[in-house]
Design a protein around this ligand. Structure first.
Ligand code: ATP
Ligand code: MG
Length: 272
């Protein structure tokens, strides 16, 4: 569905954000991309949806293929029409418009005249949005706004959704709902997803495969079952310290202190 090959990205001709990044998102799968702040996760998504131009960023070397076709030079709105939808960080919705009009605006932008069935599908996924459909979107809770951002993506009948930190700043219960939606959209509609997350435990609960990036490159990848058991991932991303003396997997696990994590960071075992 999406292939990123050795991509280099620079902002303002000087700031190099991606350094030969490669990743693959197979059709029908959920793939997660993890990494520390500033690693280049958002840049990767923007490169794939051709939004870098808005920020004076550009892809230099490398290729990005969406459904086998090089997307270089294809306008972002064209990509949306072709089924590639980027749900950006920070819930971009029209705050002064009603919930319903946010969906209507999404369908107009796609030139989709009869979108009633699409709205019904959004209401079915998110009943709370249906209840609030005549309310101004700016007054929705953070979680509801994230649902609405998701709903706007659904209107586009996407094949591939790029999601940037859907859990950011949301309460655990709401996050669970958003992730249940990700699973459902994948299972029922066969939508492929590339999900950027800070919460690795959550990401691993939905994804088939994961990539870890640092400084604009992929430093580790694998099926999520493998990543979940990796000691480095466990200590750094899952915040779990291994129990001493080879004790059972789930006994004696404690939250790791920030100091330990920093120590871990210096070691950077996966780079050596
Ligand atoms: N518009 C921009 N102009 C200049 N530099 C930028 C711009 N956007 C991002 N960068 C730089 O590119 C690098 C990667 O940023 P990016 O936003 O992709 O990271 P991220 O992994 O999404 O981080 P976070 O977890 O904080 O969201 C950072 O060093 C950042 O400062
Ligand atoms: Mg980001």
């Amino acid at each position: 569905m999406l292939t990123i090959e050795n991509v280099e990205v620079t902002y303002h001709h000087v700031v190099q954000a991606l350094r030969g990044l490669s990743l693959e998102v197979p059709d029908g799968r959920i793939v997660t991309l993890l990494g520390t702040n500033g690693a280049g996760k958002t840049t990767t998504l923007k490169a794939a949806s051709n939004l870098l131009g808005l920020e004076n960023g550009a892809v230099g070397e490398g290729r990005i293929l969406y459904r086998g076709r090089d997307i270089r030079g294809v306008a972002p709105d064209r990509l949306v029409q072709e089924g590639l939808f980027h749900v950006r960080e920070g819930r971009r919705i029209f705050a002064e418009m009603t919930v319903e009009d946010n969906l209507v605006a999404a369908s107009y932008a796609l030139d989709r005249r009869d979108a009633r069935a699409d709205y019904d599908r959004v209401w079915d996924f998110f009943p709370v949005l249906k209840e609030r459909r005549r309310q101004v979107a700016g007054y929705l809770s953070g979680g509801e706004q994230q649902m609405l951002a998701f709903g706007r993506a659904m209107i586009a009948r996407p094949r591939l959704i790029l999601m940037d930190e859907p859990s950011l700043g949301l309460a655990p219960k709401v996050v669970e709902e958003i992730f249940a939606t990700i699973r459902r959209l994948n299972a029922e509609d066969g939508v492929t997803l590339l999900v950027v997350e800070q919460n690795a435990g959550l990401a691993f609960s939905v994804a088939d495969y994961g990539y870890i990036m640092e400084h604009g490159q992929i430093v580790m990848e694998g099926p999520t079952e493998t990543l979940r058991d990796d000691p480095d991932i466990r200590s750094f991303y899952l915040g779990v310290a291994e129990a001493g003396g080879g004790a059972g997997k789930d006994t004696g696990e404690t939250r790791q202190s920030f100091r330990d994590v920093k120590h871990y960071k210096r070691r950077k075992r996966w780079l050596s």
